[in-house]
Design a protein around this ligand. Structure first.
Ligand SMILES: C[S@@+](CC[C@H](N)C(=O)[O-])C[C@H]1O[C@@H](n2cnc3c(N)ncnc32)[C@H](O)[C@@H]1O
Length: 349
């Protein structure tokens, strides 16, 4: 009756990326009419603040004549579109950036290619990047990668698997796993205080190769995502449909499946791979440090009252602690000898 169980990360991968069937493989709308909206779709000012940060970091890297800019998982391309336009308008950096997108979804790639075929190259492997300093950007990228989950019960560890019964219903099943095997998958020792482990093996793989590139050619990664910087891990797996949380088994291949990023775990990985966290703060502080309020004041001077209200409502959504301002974190990873701090000059959270 019960078919063979598959690992949770395998299930998520099929759910989101099975060819022609997975959630992200079919053309999906982002924004109000889609299942979720991301910061670049809330206001262009978000992407403009990233552009300003990029220019400052480029200056810190001694103004290289050519530099790679790689967006990981570009979705409908709203962020990179603003970056291309802004960076190519600024005289000091005009034509210095080589733009790349690392994207898995065929349908999103098609949409991106329609928009940027002249200005962007698509990558499937970071080793193919030109030998130049490189800035990686990841906005809500790592939360979209498949995860594994392990649970400790009475000092024994179990891994979550997914079962499909003959009537087509999925359910979770726990399979015993030795600590040794788990530590091998996890790539490091398990802290005695953890009784739940959640992480993405694919994220670890990508981070390793990104760290390798940054170490050899200089640069960094700016990573923006929702999550926590607590050491303690928790179950954060969630399905999203029509802007609401749903069970991940509710509507196979028709819902987005995500999880919260554990920034403490990312810090451990980058340290293990010879880089350091140059800064971590929350999205509200980062955007304010980069001058989002001032920019809003300038562009809203000649706006009608309605437009001004709309703009400030959007900025509130991006920056306020009760909206995206605190749950979303911004992390900057770079080489150990780099002391760039722009955007992060307040708290370490
Ligand atoms: C939640 S969307 C975020 C899109 C965009 N960064 C934004 O802020 O609007 C996640 C993006 O990552 C892409 N993605 C997910 N897994 C990927 C993988 N393994 N390799 C490359 N892209 C991936 C998805 O197809 C999608 O474009």
């Amino acid at each position: 009756m019960i078919t063979k169980a598959q690992s949770l990360d395998n299930f998520i991968d099929k759910s989101l990326y099975e060819k022609n069937k997975g959630y992200y493989q079919r053309k999906k709308e982002f924004g109000r009419r889609g299942d979720f909206i991301t910061s670049p779709g809330i206001s262009k000012l978000f992407s403009e603040m990233i552009a300003i940060w990029i220019v400052s970091f480029w200056e810190n890297l001694n103004k290289p004549e050519k530099i790679n800019l790689v967006e990981l998982g570009a979705g409908n391309g709203e962020l990179i579109e603003v970056l291309i336009n802004t960076l190519n308008k600024l005289k000091i950096v005009k034509d210095k950036f080589k733009f790349f997108i690392f994207e898995k979804s065929d349908s999103l790639k098609k949409l991106q290619k329609k928009k940027f075929s002249k200005s962007v190259k698509w990558l499937d492997n970071f080793n193919k990047l030109p030998n130049l300093p490189t800035i990686f950007l990841a906005n809500e990228f790592f939360d979209a990668l498949p995860i594994k989950q392990f649970i400790k019960i009475n000092e024994e560890w179990y891994e979550n698997f997914v079962l499909l019964n003959k009537s087509g219903k999925f359910s979770l099943e726990k399979k015993k796993v030795t600590k040794k095997k788990m530590e091998k998958i996890f790539n490091q020792g398990i802290d005695e205080n953890q009784n739940f482990i959640e992480f993405s093996p694919l994220m670890v793989k990508y981070l390793k190769s990104i760290c390798k590139k940054i170490k050899s050619s200089a640069g960094g990664i700016l990573l923006i995502d929702y999550g926590t910087s607590d050491k303690k891990m928790y179950d954060s797996l969630q399905g999203i449909k029509n802007h609401k949380k749903v069970n991940i088994f509710d509507d196979y291949q028709n819902i987005d499946i995500t999880h919260h990023i554990n920034f403490n775990f990312i810090e451990q990985i980058v340290n293990l791979n010879g880089l350091k966290v140059g800064g971590i703060t929350n999205q509200g502080s980062f955007l304010k440090n980069m001058g989002i309020d001032l920019r809003a004041e300038i562009i809203s001077k000649k706006m009608s009252f309605l437009k001004k209200t709309d703009l400030y409502t959007r900025i509130r959504r991006l920056t306020h602690k009760d909206e995206m301002g605190e749950l979303f974190k911004v992390m900057f990873v770079t080489k150990k000898d780099n002391n760039f701090k722009t955007g992060f000059n307040d708290i370490k959270i």
